[in-house]
Design a protein around this ligand. Structure first.
Ligand code: ZN
Length: 194
């Protein structure tokens, strides 16, 4: 049975690397898995999915993919799976469209993305994925203290910031994965004062 799957994690959970490895596994078996990412996610340049570990592969934009005649595309090209990176940037409507792809064309759709933003609120796309997915799988990563990190803090000049755009990417901002306690206290690393 084909499923809509949301594999979510905090920053640094190797989500892109996971997406690329899954596509590679399909390819190795002579199968065709299409890689997609939202066009609004342009951190890595156009139409490429890149992991911090150095893996990369070409992809299509979600917007282009969904605007074509999907029935015609699937009629001329056998598609075994669809893999979406940075799925937190999908709109709720796009998530619904991919649920239709699963149900109408019986093609599995695997979405990789963040659960919450730097203010610990669900991204709209992630919220819709949590609502609609057949399978939810957490990709674990750990806080500096060793506990499971389920939150992402935005760091500017070495400090956790509380305000700003949900979608701000790049610039001088960086992100760090923290456990709930250290996310809420804003302690982004061990203290060497004592
Ligand atoms: Zn911690």
């Amino acid at each position: 049975m084909s499923k809509l799957v949301f594999r979510y994690g905090a920053m640094g959970a190797s989500k892109s690397a996971n997406a690329l490895m899954v596509q590679f596994n399909y390819k190795e078996r002579g199968m065709n898995a299409i890689l997609l990412k939202p066009a609004c996610e342009n951190r890595d340049g156009a139409k490429i999915i890149k992991s911090r570990m150095g893996l990369s592969a070409e992809c299509e934009f979600v917007e282009d993919f969904l605007s074509q005649d999907l029935g015609a595309r699937f009629a001329r090209e056998k598609v075994d799976a669809i893999i979406i990176d940075e799925a937190q940037f999908l709109s709720p409507d796009q998530v619904d469209a991919f649920a239709d792809v699963v149900d109408d064309y019986h093609i599995p759709v695997l979405c990789y993305g963040l659960r919450t933003d730097f203010q610990s609120h669900l991204f709209p796309g992630s919220k819709r994925l949590l609502e609609l997915s057949d399978n939810l799988e957490e990709i674990p990563t750990i806080c500096w203290c060793g506990k499971k990190a389920r939150f992402v803090a935005r760091i500017v000049n070495g400090k956790k910031v509380e305000e700003g755009e949900q979608f701000a990417l790049g610039g001088n901002d960086s992100y760090v994965a923290l456990c709930r306690k250290h996310f809420r206290s804003g302690m982004i690393g061990p203290s060497f004062d004592d």
